[in-house]
Design a protein around this ligand. Sequence first.
Ligand SMILES: Cc1ncc(COP(=O)(O)O)c(C=O)c1O
Length: 152
Amino acid sequence: MALSLAMMALIEPGDEVLYPDPGFPIYPSFTRGLGAKGDSIRPVREKQVSAGLERNCLKITPKTSVLIFNSPNNPTGTVFDERALRGLADLSQKHDLWLLSDEIYARILFGGKYLSPWALPGMAERTVIIDGFSKSFAMTGWRLGYGVAPNM
Ligand SMILES: Cc1ncc(COP(=O)(O)O)c(C=O)c1O
């Protein structure tokens, strides 16, 4: 519900939305349901970052309004490092995009410390974090989720 509400708030019919592929299937289906056009991006790690960002950059048009990001990722389990996050932050600032950061798996880490793109300079005002209790606390049936968004 938090994800749907955030998408309804940020996406207008005719907008273009970028989301990870592979990724949670709700991103493309809800994008279509809102009358927007979706395309996939592949946030990349370490050495591939520059090439990957360039490729993603090519998909951004003046109609692109939202970039959906999910780390740790479902289904790959990839936890994106700080360099990849900085690349996404640069893209969203350069093209004035909202970053919808689905962080529902942020507490399921087998090492290291979780870093949200929200924490990077200039990102708190353009990031909406989606999180919930179903994964971290095995409380799926409670349907408890939440969003963290800037006060506009
Ligand atoms: C990436 C991602 N985001 C959000 C959700 C939604 O979680 P829930 O509806 O259990 O709160 C899921 C559930 O599978 C997911 O994989």
